[in-house]
Design a protein around this ligand. Structure first.
Ligand SMILES: CC(=O)SCCNC(=O)CCNC(=O)[C@H](O)C(C)(C)COP(=O)(O)OP(=O)(O)OC[C@H]1O[C@@H](n2cnc3c(N)ncnc32)[C@H](O)[C@@H]1OP(=O)(O)O
Ligand SMILES: O=CC(=O)O
Ligand SMILES: [Mg+2]
Length: 742
């Protein structure tokens, strides 16, 4: 039973009340009375509009459903469909061209293309790891993953594999920070001479003849024995930003390329450095330039207890004092936030950020939460709570030097908004929050997730609706795929999930997002981001493919882990995104609205029984593997093996896709309910096996009546009725049920 405290007409769960009064408010200068009355006004003042926007969603969806039912059996008339979407207000008129006017944006967002990490904020261990993932070891990322094509064979250090890592990394340095001539592979020592980097390379006679431009350090008179070494500068000497240690024997060298930093760590006593010609012990890359601390799809937060954990961790990150005791490989240590890094430089010391720039993802407009009840006893809008409380917590950062934002901004990512009115509403919420907390107007910057079809279709107007706040737009293609299916649920059976990647709508969606972002002046002020790499263990594939996001013009793209951030960072050294954006802008818009509105229903081909079963099994396994941890253990993001045993990142958005897909095929009779139930049961056995080593695991078979199993059934069987196809209502309800019985 939740104990509530009466406050300004609200009922606030006691643990949330204590958190706000004792932890979040002190030090902000905001009086308790001002906070609670501001929250009450927000909930009572904006709650009705919030509910109205949700009912507009339902109303529009009902009209689209009817249109498809009325046109069933006829060939699709794209013009009539588009006219209908305009008539019902799904498509709104586009206004005059404009440019965003967001101010005080930190360079990590405005002008430094690089990886963006996402992390469940309720997991302090991971969140701290994420904030420290601003810097990551390239050697470790290459050695410990399949990035070079294979995995390490055992736990002992494999020197041959180590040599391949070093060779890869030095080849990378030759591209990102080339020497005037020769290769980093041949360097036997680095030093700083007159503020410039000099790389020592062993002489050879041919080299001397071939390269008259090099600088010899101990040049021997002509005719005498060959000199031992000669020094070579960087091809672009301005790439050197600083160093640590003596100029003659630096311990670290800081380089920069395309706005991203690279640190060579030099230590001839280190296990790796001692066997390296140049004493290089590691190549450390600036990796997660920014990180989204996620209160949304990667967490399971259903009540005050959960929300307080999420808010406490965010507060600790904003105060800079979050710590967690971590036990790893038999050792226990305290994980805290890394300090900034200081280097020598010709013009004095250079300090660079040691931590990733943090954004916080609030929840969208849909859910409510029992942590606070309004004056009528209804649960408060969770998005309203997040807005007020995450901003309050971020005020601790605004009041200290050397924290997260050096420009006095708070970065909030707002997901799952449908169209410009909902974006305008989000901006109004933050107007209210700023007034209540005494913050200057537009302190809070907004990241707009372009992940619902009505937002993609009206993206320019969505950006205009928050033009003083927009700090990013991002193609959340996972939710977007779920919404694609739900919006056109009545149009017919959808393509197989894997085929969605090569559809016309998705290409147009990705292109248009960049086109519109550039046209609205985001370049140099705000991020244009792309989606998650959802296969955390397939790093070779990521290295191969994710550069595509930069080619598409994205200044950041999501990665699931620090290691992925380090590897993805190498892409930003290979391709200068700001140049690419200039090229794309000059080429004109590519994505077409007509293509965006094509519906990915299957084209009449006959799927074999085996294909249908494979599709069902894949989806069922993903749902069940995710739901068992969400409902039974409160884990909102998991790595779940698919039917090929590839670990996939599953969160609420991927669960939305799988459940909507199954619901769609069931709805259109591609499969029967019996077939679905058999597959769910078969996959439940498999998921039970996969979790056999987890002592806290609650098996689903042979009863198939656990709360988690029922959640999976409901997500599928009631899938067509879920608002926008979201999984939150079912997951929250079932998790609360589980919490109540345990
Ligand atoms: C559609 C969307 O909305 S996408 C956005 C939501 N998704 C996410 O946020 C994904 C975030 N990623 C994750 O949660 C995890 O990487 C998972 C669940 C995918 C995999 O987690 P695990 O199975 O525990 O990963 P694995 O065992 O390979 O690695 C664990 C180590 O990596 C670290 N790690 C993994 N993911 C992250 C992360 N996102 N941030 C920081 N550290 C991380 C952990 O701290 C841990 O290291 P430690 O022992 O030193 O603490
Ligand atoms: O939030 C991201 C997505 O892909 O959905
Ligand atoms: Mg999403």
């Amino acid at each position: 039973m939740t104990t509530y405290v009466e406050q300004s007409g609200l009922k606030v769960a006691a643990e949330l009340h204590d958190f706000i009064s004792e932890k979040a408010l002190p030090g902000t200068g905001v009086a308790a009375e001002a906070f609670w009355s501001g929250l009450a006004e927000l909930i009572h003042g904006k709650g009705p509009r919030n509910r109205e926007l949700l009912s507009i969603r339902e109303d529009i969806q009902a009209k689209i459903d009817s249109w498809h039912r009325d046109h069933r059996g006829q060939s699709h008339d794209a013009d009539a469909y588009t006219a209908f979407l305009r008539e019902i207000g799904y498509l709104v008129p586009e206004g005059e061209p404009f440019e965003i006017e967001t101010e005080n944006v930190d360079p990590e967002i405005a002008s430094t293309p690089g990886p963006q990490l996402v992390v469940p904020v309720m997991n302090a261990r991971y969140a701290l790891n994420a904030v420290n993932a601003r810097w990551g070891s390239l050697y470790d990322a290459l050695y410990g993953t399949d990035a070079m094509g294979d995995l390490p064979a055992g736990r002992e250090y494999d020197a041959a594999r180590g040599a391949r890592v070093i060779d890869w990394a030095k080849g990378f340095l030759d591209e990102a920070a080339p020497l005037f001539s020769g290769s980093h592979r041949d360097v036997v020592g680095y030093r700083i001479v007159q503020g410039g980097l000099e790389a020592e390379i062993l002489n050879d006679q041919d080299f001397r003849a071939a390269d008259a431009t090099r600088k010899a350090t101990d040049e021997a008179p002509s005719g005498e024995a060959p000199i031992a070494t000669h020094s070579i500068a960087l091809a672009d000497p301005t790439q050197l930003l600083g160093w640590q240690g003596d100029a003659d024997a630096p311990t670290a060298i800081l380089l920069q390329n395309n706005g991203l930093k690279i640190e060579l760590r030099i230590d001839r006593n280190h296990q790796i450095g001692s066997s390296d010609k140049a004493g290089v012990a590691d190549v450390v890359l600036e990796s997660a330039v920014s990180t989204i601390m996620d209160c949304e799809d990667s967490v399971a937060a259903v009540d005050a207890e959960d929300k307080v954990l999420a808010y406490s961790n965010w507060l600790g990150l904003m105060r800079g004092d979050l710590e967690e005791s971590v036990t790893k490989n038999g050792k226990t240590f305290t994980r805290a936030m890394n300090p900034d890094r200081v280097y020598n430089a010709p013009q004095g010391d250079v300090t660079v950020k040691g931590r990733s720039l943090m954004l916080v993802r609030n929840v969208g407009h849909l859910m409510t939460n029992p942590a606070v009840l309004d004056r009528d006893g209804n649960e408060a809008g969770e998005g309203l709570l997040d807005a007020m409380i995450t901003t309050l917590c971020a005020m601790h950062d605004l009041q200290r030097e050397g924290g997260n934002s050096v420009h006095g901004s708070v970065y909030v990512v707002k997901p799952k908004m449908h169209g410009p009115d909902e974006v305008a509403f989000a901006s109004e919420i933050f107007d209210h929050v700023e007034d209540a907390l005494g913050l200057p107007r537009h302190t809070v910057k907004l990241g707009i997730m372009d992940e619902e079809r009505r937002t993609s279709a009206n993206l320019m107007e969505c950006i205009r609706a928050a033009k003083h706040r927009v700090a990013f737009i991002n193609t959340g293609f996972l939710d977007r795929t779920g919404d694609e299916m739900h919006t056109s649920m009545e149009a017919g059976p959808m393509l197989r999930k894997g085929a969605m990647k090569s559809t016309l709508w998705i290409k147009s969606y990705e292109d248009r997002n960049v086109d519109i972002g550039l046209a609205c002046g985001l370049k140099g002020t705000a991020q244009i981001g792309k989606g998650m790499w959802a296969m955390p263990d397939l790093m070779a594939d990521m290295l191969d493919q994710k550069i595509g996001h930069l080619e598409q013009g994205a200044t950041c793209a999501w990665v699931p882990s620090p290691t992925a951030a380090t590897l993805h960072a190498t892409h930003y050294h290979k391709l200068n995104v700001l140049d690419r954006q200039a090229e794309l802008a000059a080429g004109g818009a590519r994505g077409k609205l007509g293509d965006l509105l094509t519906i990915p229903v299957h084209n009449g081909e006959n799927w074999s029984d085996a294909e249908i079963t494979a599709e069902l099994e894949n989806n069922a396994q993903g749902i069940l593997g995710y739901v068992v941890r969400w409902v039974d253990q409160g884990v909102g993001c998991s790595k779940v093996p698919d039917i090929h045993d590839v670990g996939l990142m599953e969160d609420r958005a991927t669960c939305r896709i799988s459940s909507q897909h199954m619901a769609n095929w069931l709805h259109h009779g591609v499969v029967t309910r019996d077939q679905v139930e058999q597959v769910l049961q078969r996959m439940a056995i498999k998921v039970d096996e996969q979790n056999a080593n987890d002592p806290e695991y609650i098996p689903m078979a042979p009863g198939y009546d656990t709360i988690a199993y029922k959640a999976a059934q409901e997500l599928v069987y009631e899938g067509t009725a879920q608002p926008s196809g979201y999984t939150e209502p079912v997951l929250h309800k079932r998790r609360l049920e589980l919490k109540a019985v345990s």
